[in-house]
Design a protein around this ligand. Sequence first.
Ligand SMILES: Cc1ncc(COP(=O)(O)O)c(C=O)c1O
Length: 398
Amino acid sequence: MTEKVIKNAKEIRQLFLLDHKINFLNFGSFGACPSAVFDDYQKWQRLLEKEPVRFIVEYGPKFLEESKQALGQYIGAAASDLIFVPNPTYAINTLAKNILSPGDELLTTNLEYGAMDYTWQYHCDQVGATYVRQPITLPLTSKAQFIDEFWSGYSSKTRIVFISQITSSTGLIFPVAEICAEAKRRGLIIIVDGAHVPGHIPLNISTLQADFYTGACHKWMMAPKGCSFLYASKEFQDTLDPLVISWGFKTHSAHGSIFQDYHQYTGTRDFSAYLCIPATLQFREDHHWDILLEKCRASVLKKGAELSEFLGTLPLAPLESAFYGQLYAAEIQTSYPEELQRILFTNYAIEIPVMRQGDHCYIRFSFQPFNREVELDELIAALEEIRTTTDLWTKGNR
Ligand SMILES: Cc1ncc(COP(=O)(O)O)c(C=O)c1O
C-alpha cells in the first residue's frame, strides 16, 4: 500500500495559480482554482474549439452528464434532480421568478447575502408578496436561540423559507437541518442558499428535506468560475419556467425531463466549467483535502478568537465547529470598511474582505490548507499599525 503524503502549506500553495506575494485570506468571495483543475478546464475548452459543433451537440452533453453524476454523488442528490447553473445568483433568480404568489410571505433572516435580498425584494414587489427579514441577535448564544428567533418571524401568511446554510458576511453556519425539518412540519416551501457549502462542510441533500438547494462549485470545491448547481425536489421540478428561454422550452425529450430540458441549455455558451467536477474531486482525493481541512478548522477557531480579542469584540457565536467551518468574521468598528480593505491590500498585500451588513461591519478571513497561522498574525499586526496611524477604525467596547 502506498503511504499518504500530506503536503505542508507551502507545498499546497504551489498547487494553485494564486499570486505568491499576496497573503490570501479571501477564499470565500470567489474561491481559487488549483492548476490541475484549471488545466482540465482548458483541456475542455480546447476540445470545444477543435470541433465546436460536435462538442456542443454530441460529446459535451455526454461529459456534462458524467460530471453531474459525480457532483450528485458528492452532495447526496440524484443527477436528474440537479441542473448546472453559472452561479447561485442565477439559481435564486430562477426560483424567485417562479415561486411567489400575491399575498405570500417569504421568511428569511437579516443576515442573507445582499444580492439575494435584492433579488427576492424585486420579485416580491413585482407580485405583491412580502420579504420578511427576521432579525437574528448576534452574538448567537446557541442553535436554539437562532431557531426561536427565526420562527418568531412566522405568520399565517408565511409560505416560503429562504435561508443561507453558511452566511456571507458573518461566515457562520446556521442550523439549516433543524429549520428544514420544522419548515416541512409547517408545510412550507424551503429554499437553501448553500453558496459556501459544497467542499467546505459535509453536504448530503438527501437528508436535508429542502425543496430547493443551490451551491457554488467555484468556491470551496475549487471548480473554475461559473460552475454551480440548483437542486429541485421532484415535486417542484415541473413547476419552474426557465430564467432564459431556449430550445429546450419546446423541443422536449432530450432528457425525458422538463426540468433538464427547460433549464440546462440556455443558448450557446462555453460550459467547460461544468465539466470539471471529476477533476476537482480528483484533486481533493490526491491531496487528502478532507484531512487537511480538519487542521484548518482548528486554526479558524484559534486565530478567530485572537482576532476578536484584538478587536475588542465578542465572537459572533460560541467557538464550536457547529458554527464555524473555514470562515471567521469578527465585528470591526469602522465607518470606512471599503477603505480599510483597500489599505490592507495596497499597503500590506493582504486580501481580505471588510463588509457591511446592516449597521455592522465585519472583517472575514478564510483558512485553506495553503494558509499558515502566522498569516493571521500578520493581519493583526497590520490592523494594529493602521489603528495607530489612521482614524479608520477604533477599538470597540465589550
Ligand atoms: C451566501 C451567498 N449566497 C449567494 C452568493 C452569490 O454567489 P454568486 O455571486 O456566485 O452567484 C454568495 C456569494 O458570495 C453568498 O455568499
